[in-house]
Design a protein around this ligand. Structure first.
Ligand code: NAD
Length: 502
């Protein structure tokens, strides 16, 4: 069976043998349910080897001028585009999302690399001439050293690139701990980064589970940790990492609402919801698993059209170009989604469409689950409060705009939200008042473009700095401010004057 090794200092690092305390995880093909590879799970010593390689590489990499670092990014972009089809196929075979979604996953990460190609401009710093008599003040952003990223299974290309793209461009070296469920593409990205001209040790991949994460969070040479995953683990990572003196940003789970006002174009809304709720089997942190129609008429019409739309959805294997979505990532995740559907029934919601019995002919052991639709979901229900992360859409009806606005605003998660309306004034008020980090106006999945910034509020993100854009640059750098004067001739008698605005 194929073994997926760590990638340290520019080469594969085999996991320790089981006799020497090494452990391995199973990597499934979610289409067939079969184990297709095993992945090494790092020991503390393996993580330490990666950190030492990264620390050794960092001095020279930070001293490499920014346009040369940018050239590596340009070449990395070219290589990913060259290998796009092969990368997408591998990604789909481990994750289960359809090829078009895998290409989208890679493309959205690539856009952060494109942003990172402009790093010489972004790092220019600030300068004030004559802040005092003969005194100039300037500030610069310097890299932190060795940084680390811990990523979830659902975007195995995009989220690593959010992190290492910016971190490496500004002069840090990086340890990536990808999800152990779909670890091959992250290793390919590190190999391509070397092919693009990054020196060995600049980007390292260490696979693993909690043991590797804890080793990252406590390692004295790691300066900053970026995490994306579920909220309880995000909170743990934030608390443990900051307690060990690290800068930490930790993005968590989500329960994004789509608000539908009575004047919305319902045909468009139903199409948008279909992609946003069921696309990628609902395994997107910016999916729309909750729809809030305002008023009975809107709710009834939306439900009727949604049922008809769901009938057109095709669930298939990830390489089937006709499939709207593929299997979920694991048998355990499939069981968790099915359990949530049962909880929803038990707590009194109306299960309008039940996807639990779906089975794909010839792929009966695959982790497939059909689309499900609930109506009559209420605020107090567990299935409303918690993230299901599967192809399940919940209708939560509201009577008024204020009631609809309060639902996402009061929810424990605050990642994304969307409003569908033709009324600009209502949309503007909603966007201004809603207590959520990313808002879409007639845009179902409002993932900001790379040169803006990504981050939720409340239990969807711990820490103050968002991913990518200028916020990402701030996260991976520290500011140094220099106040300088160059007195003339013999300056023994000169008294230093603190610059004031007098
Ligand atoms: P997860 O929390 O299970 O895993 C994320 C990472 O944490 C993985 O690398 C995993 O190996 C590691 N990990 C798992 N258990 C751990 C433990 N006990 N201690 C320390 N580390 C541990 O998340 P997932 O299932 O891979 O991904 C889905 C979740 O990620 C969903 O909740 C989704 O909403 C969230 N997500 C959030 C965003 C965002 O930007 N807010 C983006 C994508 C996904």
């Amino acid at each position: 069976m194929r073994t997926i090794s760590h990638f340290v200092n520019g080469q594969a690092l085999e996991g320790s043998s089981i006799e020497k305390g090494g452990r391995f995880g199973d990597v499934f093909n979610p289409n067939t349910g079969e184990i297709q590879a095993r992945v090494a799970l790092a020991t503390d010593a393996e993580l330490d080897a990666a950190v030492r390689a990264a620390a050794a590489a960092q001095i020279g990499w930070a001293a490499t001028n920014p346009q040369r670092r940018a050239r590596v990014m340009f070449e990395f972009k070219r290589l990913i585009e060259r290998d796009m089809n092969a990368l997408a196929e591998i990604l789909s075979s481990e994750h289960g999302k359809v090829i078009a979604d895998s290409k989208g996953d890679i493309q959205r990460g690539l856009e952060v690399i494109e942003f990172a190609c402009g790093i010489p401009h972004i790092l220019k710093g600030e300068y004030t001439e004559g802040a005092g008599p003969g005194i100039d003040v300037y500030s610069m952003r310097q890299p932190l050293g060795v940084c680390a990223g811990i990523t979830p299974f659902n975007f195995p290309a995009m989220i690593p690139m959010w992190m290492f793209g910016i971190s490496i461009a500004v002069g840090n070296t990086f340890i990536l701990k990808p999800s152990e469920k779909d670890p091959t593409v992250p290793v390919k990205l590190a190999e391509l980064m070397m092919e693009a001209g990054a020196p060995a040790g600049v980007l390292n991949v260490v696979h693993g589970d909690k043991t590797a994460v804890d080793a990252i969070l406590t390692h004295p040479l790691i300066r900053a940790v970026s995490f994306v995953g579920s909220s309880d683990i995000a909170h743990y990572v934030y608390q443990t990492g900051t307690a060990h003196g690290k800068r930490v940003q930790a993005m968590g789970g989500a329960k994004n609402h789509g608000i539908v006002l009575p004047d919305a174009d319902l045909d468009q809304v139903v199409k948008d919801l279909s992609g946003a709720a069921f696309g990628s089997a609902g395994e997107r942190c910016m999916a729309l698993p909750v729809v809030v129609p305002v008023g009975k008429k809107t709710g009834d019409e939306l439900r009727e059209r949604m049922v008809a739309e769901i009938e057109t959805l095709q669930v298939g294997i990830s390489s089937d170009p006709a499939a709207h979505y593929g299997p979920v990532v694991s048998a355990a995740h499939r069981a968790k989604v099915a359990d949530y559907i049962q909880i929803g029934v038990d707590e009194g919601a109306e299960l309008v469409v039940d996807g639990r019995d779906f089975s794909l002919q010839g792929f009966e052991k695959g982790f497939f689950i059909g689309p499900s639709l609930f109506d009559g979901v209420k605020k107090g229900m567990r299935t409303y409060q918690e993230e299901i992360f599967g192809p399940v859409l919940q209708i939560v009806r509201a009577e008024t705009f204020e009631e609809a606005l309060a639902l996402p605003s009061e929810h424990q998660y605050g990642n994304g939200v969307a409003i569908f309306t033709r009324n600009g004034r209502a949309a503007r008020e909603f966007a201004s008042r809603v207590n959520v980090g990313m808002v879409g106006i007639n845009v179902p999945i409002p993932v900001p473009v790379a040169y803006h910034t990504f981050g939720g509020w409340k239990r969807s993100a711990f820490g103050d700095t968002n991913q990518h854009g200028v916020e990402g640059v701030k996260f991976y750098t520290k500011v140094k401010t220099i106040t300088a004067r160059w007195p003339e001739g013999d300056h023994e008698g000169d008294a230093f004057v603190i610059p004031t605005m007098k």
